[in-house]
Design a protein around this ligand. Structure first.
Ligand SMILES: *Cc1c(COP(=O)(O)O)cnc(C)c1O
Length: 427
């Protein structure tokens, strides 16, 4: 489609947008009595209006039923998490038995590494991407140290080539092959948090398996953003947080995927607790752990229902919309944002460079822009003018035009504000 940098054109796209009405399902912070333009749904998604009802329901049940709520609440708490299996499995491309919700992301990755990082004297290395999200880096270091290895030796990073912003798939595959027999685990972010680059998880998984390694993914920036097919890609395990694209609220519960082929494997170590025990005999409090066959068998504690309630609201919203429509709009609105950025750059010489891949197969809902001029002051100008973005050192602003609640008119208006900001700062 040939885009135009006009209000009228943006409004026409909005009129044709089948997801247009969903913008109204979200609560926006206000700036001068108007909705902000919110580009940070990749960091913390906006609150859906329907969420409060889910939380209130739990609060009311707790008030009215107290302990009886475990079994007699409107949605009983003891099996509350089982409501996620169907809708969530569709979002990540899994069988219902392969997904569960619990804890938070880094905690889950640690727990999954208990099962899936089993280093031996000869096979103990982990491959991850260079400049992985800091929490992941700390996790890798502590895991290899815990097993008695040195980080320098056991953690192998896939580097960007000199002068390039993204990691080449061929370099990922070459590294996997090179580490070969020493490779215990590949664990990378399916979508890079900094550049928005999307990795080909199917090919990476098969390359890892070929050399005898386990392959897992951190899907923090992927869940609710890209098309996932974890079961068919044969991914061993994955985990994601729910507060970014999935709009479940700050720090809320995480989701996990564990491939069916591992469900019955008694040789896998795991850290256990009563909620991973079969429901039939969970409350008989027997001495021997009898795991649920499925991802739920990795559960440990009874669940934080007040954290799950907003997540359930979100998962049901996603089920209603469906990933296909979301992705279709995501591609178009991200391309429109790219177009607007190029237009403004040409009009006022903004000196910025989009470091996210321009190839649609390798990106999703995020454009990271490197400002060669005054990035920080422009970022502050945007905030003062009602555009919420996110600043990353040394000079990068990330923009995520989340398809559920961003309009094309927002993108046009953003362009005008950006242009004015560059003009003002040059004065
Ligand atoms: C956001 C994010 C996290 C956050 O981890 P928490 O345990 O939820 O604090 C971890 N990894 C990646 C790649 C992220 O983008």
């Amino acid at each position: 489609m040939k885009f135009q940098n006009t209000l009228q054109f943006a409004q026409q796209l909005d009129q044709k947008d089948v997801l247009q009405s969903y913008k109204n399902e979200f609560i926006f912070p206000q700036h001068n009595s108007k909705n902000v333009i919110y580009f940070t749904g990749n960091s913390l998604g906006l609150q859906p209006k329907r969420t409060k009802k889910y939380v209130d329901e739990v609060m009311d049940d707790w008030a009215n039923l107290a302990v009886e709520g475990h079994f007699y609440a409107q949605k009983p708490w003891w099996d509350y998490h089982e409501r996620f299996a169907n809708p969530l499995s569709k979002i990540v491309g899994a069988k219902p038995s392969e997904v569960t919700v619990m804890n938070t992301l880094t905690v889950n990755l640690h727990l999954l590494m208990v099962s899936f990082y089993k280093p031996t004297k000869t096979r103990y290395k982990i491959i991850c991407e260079e400049k992985a999200f800091p929490s992941d880096q700390y996790m890798f270091q502590s895991q290899v140290n815990f097993h008695g290895y040195k980080a320098d030796d056991a953690i192998v990073e896939i580097k960007r080539r000199e002068g390039e912003h993204n990691i080449r798939l061929e370099d990922v595959l070459a590294k996997i092959e090179a580490v070969g027999n020493e490779l215990a685990l590949v664990l990378i972010g399916g979508v890079n948090y900094y550049t928005g680059q999307v990795f080909d998880m199917k090919i990476i998984t098969s390359a890892g398996h070929k050399v005898g390694a386990i392959v897992g993914f951190d899907l923090a920036h992927a869940a609710g953003n890209i098309a996932l097919d974890l079961h068919n890609w044969d991914v061993d395990f994955a985990s994601w947080c729910s507060y970014k694209y999935m709009n479940s609220g700050p720090g809320n519960a995480s989701g996990c995927f564990i491939h069916e082929k591992h469900h019955n494997d008694k040789s896998l170590p795991r850290f256990t607790g009563w909620w991973g025990n079969k429901r039939e005999n969970r409350f008989q409090m027997e001495q021997n752990f009898d795991p649920i066959i499925g991802a739920d068998g990795w559960q440990i504690s009874n669940l934080p229902i007040l954290s799950l309630a907003p997540y359930l609201a979100s998962v049901e919203l996603f089920a209603e919309v469906g990933m296909e429509k979301l992705i279709e709009k995501r591609n178009q609105i991200t391309s429109y944002l790219e177009f607007i950025l190029h237009e403004i750059d040409t009009e006022v010489n903004g000196h910025f460079e989009i470091i996210t891949p321009s190839n649609q197969e390798e990106r999703a809902c995020q454009l990271s822009v490197f400002f060669h001029g005054e990035g920080r002051s422009l970022f502050e100008y945007l905030i003062k003018n009602g555009v919420v973005t996110d600043w990353r050192e040394p000079n990068v602003i990330r923009f995520a035009p989340v398809p559920l609640y961003t309009s094309y008119e927002d993108i046009y208006n953003f362009g005008q504000i950006l242009k004015q900001g560059i003009i003002d700062l040059h004065k």
